[in-house]
Design a protein around this ligand. Structure first.
Ligand code: OGA
Ligand code: FE2
Length: 536
């Protein structure tokens, strides 16, 4: 028995890691759904354990009741009781064997099945890194979508099916994670939320003193001395002996006094320059802000005049025999750079097949480290992806042909079909798909030149968030299941088109599946002849 179980454990221990090559659960919903199933199995196993434990207790109870009655009668008249020979025999039997059996029953471990299940499954549980990753994803979403802490904590998000809220304890946990990242802005927000929920009477094991300790420090770190002092005072009301708080209080008073002194002697001229830099800060919109605004559906830079020149049409792939009788729907999404969307271009069945082929191979997406030239994971690209070759499935091959027919570009020099799954918080920050002049080696191994164009299938709708945005030009493209977008990354001269800089916004609610094909320069010489002018 024991060796059997051992073998089983070892076998599972060897087999499972292949399907979970990397943990990084938080990066994709695909793998997280496996966890839901694991958890369900564990609940069943736990319930079985409870049942076994209950039936064991039931047996013990019955025995105790029986013995209770018996000993009651016996102790009232021991001699009379034992005068019955059967009673004498039964007393011997009970004490010699039955109490021993009861002892075994009491000692019997009913938790075996559950514990061994737990041990096996636990090896594949998310770790601290996953928990931190999921917390950081929440903080990222909060920033990108301008969600106030209370909205997020109460779970009031657009398009959610299963409402869920954060306890004061959860908020405290998020605050602590922000704190360990030295992110005092979020530390303050989340500690404050934890405190607020406790003040509103939420029953919790979270401790106000601890929360105030973090909160006052985060506030101090951000330069709000008087608020830090006020919070420290509050802490000291709850715990007058708190050593650090007492020390901090003295320190804050000292700094405050010093600042007052310095303020008195500051000149008007200094105030003036301060104001000027303030204005400059507001005028200048860094890419990050543009990106986040577009993700929220703000800051779109399309004029009605230009909008009028965006059309939709039936497209036959430039008289491609496969599409003459059944042309496809094509829409202009944007003019400069030109982005077109194909509608109903991949069927639900094809999507399912592609997802099923990709699922077992999904692993954390990587990027080229410009310093080492090696592939690494990066916080700015959070998703899981897999590559599918046309040789492994007629569906993939059919999809490749479709891309070739509709773009007029040779797909034999393209990269394989990349399938990507973004979980909640999954994103890809602004980037170019093509290699810049300062990184000529990026696609050297492929030997097919630079990435001339990008074809991107949307294989799911996304409940909220998850747009593909182009911050340089103020464009955003919303995912729609069954459609695909296409754009050229290079001008006909081979020069990179910097207006194609784009990003995948973090998924706020739901789950995003895409697949993309990067087409390369080689093979397109006669399909898309180059021109002499650089930026044409
Ligand atoms: C990419 C990319 C956009 C998206 O994978 O290079 O830009 O919306 N994806 O997933
Ligand atoms: Fe991209």
């Amino acid at each position: 028995m024991a060796s059997n179980k051992m073998w089983y454990t070892i076998a599972i221990g060897f087999l499972l890691p292949f399907s979970y090559a990397h943990t990084d659960f938080f990066t994709s919903i695909g793998h997280m759904t496996d966890l839901i199933n694991t958890e369900k199995d564990l609940v069943i196993s736990l319930k079985d354990y409870i049942k076994a434990e209950e039936s064991k207790l039931e047996q013990i109870k019955k025995w105790a009741e029986k013995l209770d009655k018996l000993t009651d009668t016996a102790t009232k008249d021991p001699e009379g009781f034992l005068g019955h020979p059967v009673n004498a025999f039964k007393l011997m039997k009970r004490l010699n064997t039955e109490w021993g059996e009861l002892e075994s029953l009491v000692l019997k471990d009913m938790s075996d099945g559950f514990i061994s299940n737990m041990t096996i499954q636990r090896q594949f549980f998310p770790n601290d890194e996953d928990q931190t990753g999921a917390a950081k994803a929440l903080l990222r979403l909060q920033d990108t979508y301008n969600l106030d802490t209370d909205t997020l904590s109460r779970g009031n998000l657009p398009g959610v099916k299963h409402k869920s809220f954060l306890t004061a304890e959860d908020c405290f946990e998020l605050g602590k994670i922000a704190y360990t990242e030295a992110d005092y802005y979020h530390t303050e927000l989340w500690m404050e939320q934890a405190l607020k929920q406790l003040d509103e009477g939420e029953v919790s094991s979270a401790d106000k003193v601890y929360i105030l300790d973090y909160l006052s420090y985060a506030v101090y770190q951000q330069g709000d001395l008087s608020k830090a002092m006020m919070l420290t005072k509050r802490l000291l009301e709850l715990d007058p002996e708190h050593q650090r708080a007492n020390g901090n209080m003295k320190y804050f008073e000292y700094i405050m006094a010093k600042e007052k002194e310095a303020n008195k002697s500051s000149t008007d001229a200094e105030d003036q320059t301060e104001k000027e830099t303030e204005v400059k800060k507001k005028d200048y919109l860094p890419e990050r802000r543009k990106y986040e605004m577009l993700c929220r559906g703000e800051g779109l830079k399309m004029t009605p005049r230009r909008q009028k020149r965006l059309f939709c049409r039936y497209y036959d792939g430039n008289r491609n025999p496969r599409y003459i009788l059944g042309p496809v729907k094509q829409e202009d999404e944007w003019d400069k750079p030109r982005i077109v969307r194909f509608l109903d271009i991949i069927s639900d069945e094809e999507i399912e097949t592609v997802k099923e082929l990709a699922k077992p191979r999904l692993s954390r997406a990587t990027v080229h480290d410009p310093e080492t030239g090696k592939l690494t994971t990066a916080h700015y690209r959070v998703s899981k992806s897999a590559w599918l070759s046309g040789y492994e499935s007629p569906v993939v091959s059919r999809i490749n042909t479709r891309i070739q027919d509709l773009t007029g570009l040779d797909v034999s020099t393209a990269e394989e079909l990349q399938v990507a799954n973004y979980g909640v918080g999954g994103q890809y920050e602004p980037h170019f798909d093509f290699a810049r002049k300062d990184e000529p080696d990026a696609f050297k191994e492929l030997g097919t030149g630079n990435r001339i164009a990008t074809w991107l299938f949307y294989m799911s709708d996304v409940s909220a968030g998850g747009a593909t945005v182009f911050p340089e030009v103020g464009a955003s493209v919303w995912p729609k299941k069954g459609t695909a977008v296409f754009w050229y990354n290079l001008f006909p001269s081979g020069e990179g088109d910097y207006s194609t800089r784009h990003a995948a916004c973090p998924v706020l609610v739901g789950n995003k599946w895409v697949s993309n094909k990067w087409l390369h320069e080689r093979g397109q010489e006669f399909r898309r002849p180059c021109t002499l002018s650089e930026l044409e």
